[in-house]
Ligand binder design. Structure first.
Ligand code: ADE
Length: 253
């Protein structure tokens, strides 16, 4: 199968090198399941300073990414990389697990990283297919957001995470947060691992994990329960958990 192609338009290509060699993503690259290329808009400048920014029309603070080098970088990317041109910006649609999964089903993606106060709007209007934000805060540029998106997409590409079960157990896979995890030692700083996990009773363990996913989601992200599709068993459990919490019991047994 052809690798999933990431093409990143950035004036800081060096930021992507260690990421592409490290951990799960790095293994995906060396196993040819993922491929990454960077395109530097500075390579398409003609002045001595290789400048890619200019003052904003209308005045104001900060500089704006000038359109021509971005246009040329996008054209180059389109020649080698299928899929949409995605601009990382705090003004974009907030990224969700569902969007990550649908993007991972494509053959590739071009990630456009802005810097300065913004990029010339005509690039967005003419060449950007989608604007994505990774959260309601402002980064100095789109690069960290591009890395977040690349990592999340890569996990969904088959074979990148060795055990398919690890991806299926991830938070958000079924619209819920993950359950807590424990490993040795069985007691740490006088805090014991929940007894059920040492019982060897797989049915009880599965049930406990399902309950803890619901407890985690209910207490930390109750908004997710509005859209998660729960089985009748999960619905029943959730009612019981609400009751337990209302009575003030710990709900972790
Ligand atoms: N660029 C700057 N801030 C960003 C954010 N929150 N999400 C995506 N891209 C960005």
């Amino acid at each position: 199968m052809a690798p999933y192609r990431f093409s990143v338009i950035t004036i800081f290509p060096e930021l992507f090198k260690p990421f592409c060699k490290t951990g799960v993503f790095g293994r995906g690259v060396s196993n040819r399941l993922l491929s990454v290329s960077t395109i530097n808009p500075r390579d398409f400048t003609t002045d001595n300073y290789h400048s890619v920014d200019d003052e904003p029309f209308g005045g104001g603070s900060g500089m704006v990414f000038t359109p021509l080098p971005l246009y040329k970088a996008i054209q180059k990317s389109k020649k080698s990389t299928p899929g949409p041109v995605v601009f990382l910006t705090p003004a974009g649609t907030p990224l969700t697990h569902a969007r990550v999964v649908s993007l991972s089903k494509l053959d590739g993606i071009t990630l456009l990283c802005g810097r300065y106060e913004g990029i010339d709007q005509r690039i967005v209007d003419l060449f950007v297919d989608e604007e994505i934000s990774i959260g309601d805060y402002v980064l100095s540029g789109g690069e960290p957001a591009a890395i977040v998106l690349m990592d999340a997409i890569a996990r969904q590409c088959s074979g990148v995470v060795k055990e398919a079960a690890s991806v299926e157990n991830d938070s958000f896979f079924d619209g819920l947060l993950d359950h807590p995890h424990y490993t040795r030692p069985a007691e740490f700083n006088r805090k014991k691992v929940p007894q059920v996990l040492l019982s060897g009773d797989h049915k009880r363990i599965q049930k406990w994990r399902m309950k803890m996913k619901l407890v985690e989601t209910l207490t930390k992200r109750p908004d997710l329960l509005l859209t998660a599709r729960l089985s009748p068993e999960q619905k029943k459990m959730l009612t019981e958990i609400r009751e337990e919490l209302r009575k003030g019991s710990p709900a972790d047994k």
